[in-house]
Unconditional design. Structure first.
Length: 282
């Protein structure tokens, strides 16, 4: 495999284990990135680590420190960090199986591909994968990656396994922090019925190719025009009359959601994708 693995170790289900490798499942290679340049010379700016008292610092002389109070740090060496080893540093041990709708969508994070590391591992890996497929559950396990222990959700996918990092409880804010301030409103049934019809007209298969990043496209168009020496001006923003009557807005929306507007989504070929986790059960 040409791609460099993010993590290598062992996948273990009870007493069955095999060497595996974890690979990032997404790429940011297509994004438009800008460099910082000098306004006068257009030379690229160099970011030089600097001590406010002594000036520039060589990277070899930079250490890691944790701030325990303002201006006071505990310095930790690379060797000391290496000594903080858990079993999950080298082993992804499956600890539990759950239904995917038991995991709130807020917790799902980055996807990875998990594959056997070498031909010898293929059989044991296949046994674990097929057992998971038969169970129809999401497997939970932990591993240490980027100096953090992360909870992983594993699902069979094609000939391999897709692994998602899950956020821990301290990373997810309570919804009540925001939703508690929403005023309790019971909308008229007729309005809800019209809105439901709008949703029905907009229904279609999920095809990620239909949802390209239009801002990225606009940036690339801007760069092409600048290469040609053209001056680019902002387009005039569309102005629409404010609709104060909610019922009128719903009726107008219902008339704009059929026919040509649905055609691209309805004709789209359904892309293979993992089953999306449902909302957390009450």
């Amino acid at each position: 495999m040409a791609t460099r693995p993010t993590w290598q170790g062992y996948l273990r289900l009870s007493l069955v284990s095999c060497p595996v490798a974890l690979y990032t499942a997404t790429s940011r290679g297509g994004e438009v990135h800008f460099n910082m340049l000098s306004k006068a010379t257009h030379n690229r700016i160099r970011m030089i680590p600097t001590d406010p008292e002594t000036g520039p610092v060589e990277r070899a002389d930079i250490v890691k420190g944790y701030e325990i109070e303002k201006g006071r740090y505990v310095v930790v060496t690379g060797e000391e960090l290496e000594n903080v080893r858990l079993e999950t540093t080298r082993t992804l041990d499956i600890e539990r199986f759950v239904d995917d709708d038991d995991i709130d969508r807020l917790y799902w994070n980055d996807p990875y591909f998990l594959a056997p590391d070498g031909d010898i591992a293929a059989e044991a890996f296949a046994v674990i994968r097929e057992a998971m497929k038969t169970a129809g559950k999401v497997a939970l396990g932990r591993l240490v990656m980027h100096q953090r222990e992360r909870l992983m959700a594993l699902e069979p996918h094609d000939k391999g396994i897709v692994a998602y990092t899950l956020r821990n409880a301290s990373e997810v804010r309570a919804a009540d922090e925001i939703f508690a301030h929403i005023k309790a409103v019971k909308p008229p049934a007729q309005m809800v019925d019209i809105a439901a019809k709008i949703i029905d007209q907009l229904e279609g298969p999920f095809d990620p190719s239909q949802f390209n990043d239009r801002y990225e496209d606009a940036l690339r168009a801007l760069i092409k025009e600048k290469q040609k020496g053209h001056t680019v001006e902002a387009p005039e923003e569309p102005r629409e009359a404010e609709v104060i009557d909610l019922m009128e807005a719903l009726k107008r929306s219902l008339g704009q959601t059929g026919g040509e507007r649905r055609k691209p989504a309805a004709a789209a070929k359904k892309a293979p994708a993992r089953k999306a986790p449902a909302k957390k059960r009450a």
